[in-house]
Write a protein that binds this ligand. Structure first.
Ligand code: ADP
Length: 471
């Protein structure tokens, strides 16, 4: 009962209509009472009585009280009210309700006469009944008193007869209109909601369609938020699929190599000592690659889950530069690339995890050496800004074109997938991990590069406000 939107709407309309009708009814009752309709009616009745009876009473003139009483008693049935003939001294000469013995009000016989057009006066008789009355003169000696009951509940009767029916009719019509209106309104509100709930069930399957922005503003907001959420879910489902496909691919390639060379050794295809050494070398480098991949995936998974432990301590960036320089100088030498370290004037340390930052710089320098041809230069330098320390990793290598620059930090993204394999070949996770580590420090990595001219990576790390110290 009253669970659906339309029934609740209708209920609220019905309550509203009921309230309005009550207020209107109360207002009508008030108007009836305030307008003193009973008094108006009494004035009319008394006027009628006076017009009908006064000429006859005047014609009867000075008839004796007994005859007058006889006249009134005989025509008592036709008299709608009470007629009393009085002497100017206040003595009752004849009374159409003599047998009932109702009392009369205190009458001032000098000024008490009711002028024509004047409203009647009221009084309560000895039995507590209310009357409206007027007084007129018959002749020099006599007065006549006309009275009618004051109807007690008359306004209720007036209300019932005059207003109740139209009010009920108006109420019924309003209820019908509100019923139709509630159906229309609820369809307006619930149709898009229904659509959202239908599409929500499709989200899991990745088949949700965008919902048109219809209905009231709140529902439109909901539809907009739903569309945004559905797009994000779709994207994350897609990136999850891509991720699994990439991981499978990256595992399949070395595994195929390992399996091929192992098979060749087993079935005796490779027999010579050089061939065996070569096969073992390939198996070793592919296994190392898989190992690196698994380690990278673990790091990413921990960072995604927020469980990667960062051991934060003050870190001197120039110390890091020297360490990285030492670590990579043999590789640079082998590659025929000059590795230059230019430490900047740093007055402050940053707050960070030295090992993780080392991982970032290692990846960037490793890439720079890898992608710089023989005779090129890789420069590692630092610089202090207002509230951050900048590390520049510059090379004179192949550079990266604009389209690839946008995507280079994505997981598994490699500019040249067909690069020859080997122990040093990456899988496209290095920059993604580096960026996540730097972001976890509150910093950022940016890139400037021109194809053929080299690349320039900048790692920005914030310096805590209170930090100061010797470099
Ligand atoms: P990978 O493990 O393949 O090196 P990265 O995430 O470290 O993965 O780098 C992604 C890709 O970005 C690389 O495959 C390479 O194409 C490109 N890249 C990274 N650094 C450089 C650089 N200094 N010069 C040219 N290309 C680069």
């Amino acid at each position: 009962m009253f669970r659906s939107l339309s029934s609740r709407l209708w209920l609220s309309y019905a309550l509203l209509i009921g309230m309005i009708l009550c207020v209107v009814g109360a207002a009508i009752v008030l108007v009836v009472i305030r307008g003193n309709i009973p008094l108006q009616q009494a004035a009319l009745s008394l006027q009628k009585l006076r017009l009908n009876a006064l000429p006859k009473i005047r014609a009867a003139g000075d008839l004796s009280p007994e005859i007058l009483q006889g006249m009134l008693t005989r025509s008592a049935d036709q008299i709608e009210g009470r007629i009393v003939v009085l002497s100017r001294s206040g003595e009752i000469l004849a009374d159409s309700m003599a047998d009932r013995g109702f009392s009369l009000p205190e009458i001032d016989f000098e000024t008490g006469l009711t002028k024509v057009g004047e409203l009647p006066q009221s009084y309560r008789d000895n039995e507590g009944r209310s009357w409206y009355y007027i007084i007129d003169s018959v002749n020099e000696e006599r007065l006549v008193f006309f009275a009618v009951y004051r109807p007690r509940l008359q306004f209720m009767t007036i209300f019932r007869d005059e207003f109740l029916r139209p009010l009920i009719l108006a109420g019924l019509m309003a209820l019908f209109v509100s019923f139709v209106l509630s159906l229309v309104m609820s369809r307006w509100v619930s149709a898009p909601l229904h659509r959202i709930s239908q599409e929500a069930q499709q989200v899991v399957a990745g088949e949700a369609h965008p919902i048109p922005l219809q209905g009231p503003q709140e529902v439109r907001h909901l539809a907009r938020a739903f569309n945004k959420m559905a797009t994000q879910v779709r994207q994350s489902q897609q990136s999850q699929r891509d991720f699994v496909a990439n991981v499978s691919h990256e595992l399949k390639t070395p595994l195929t190599s390992i399996q091929g060379f192992a098979q060749a050794i087993l079935d005796g295809t490779v027999e010579s000592p050089e061939g065996l050494a070569n096969a073992a070398g390939v198996i070793d480098s592919e296994a190392a690659r898989m190992h690196r991949l698994v380690l990278d995936l673990l790091t990413l998974a921990r960072m995604d889950a927020g469980t990667a432990a960062f051991i934060m301590a003050p870190v001197d960036i120039n110390d890091l530069l020297w360490t990285v320089g030492q670590k990579f100088s043999p590789l640079a030498e082998t590659a025929g690339v000059e590795l230059e370290i230019i430490p900047g004037e740093l007055s402050r340390k940053i707050e960070g995890d030295a090992d993780r930052l080392m991982q970032v710089l290692s990846n960037l320098v490793d890439n720079a050496i890898k992608f710089t041809p023989k005779g090129g230069i890789v420069t590692l330098s630092s610089e202090e800004g207002a509230d951050q320390i900048l590390i520049h990793i510059k090379d004179t290598g192949t550079g990266i074109d604009a389209a690839d620059q946008q995507r280079i930090f994505e997981r598994f993204y490699q500019v040249d997938k067909a690069r020859p394999g080997g122990a040093g070949r990456g899988v496209g996770l290095g920059l993604a991990i580096s960026r996540q580590i730097v972001q976890a420090h509150g910093g950022d990595i940016s890139l400037e590069s021109r194809p053929g001219e080299g690349s320039h990576f900048v790692v920005k790390l914030p310096v805590p406000h209170s930090s100061s110290g010797e470099s």
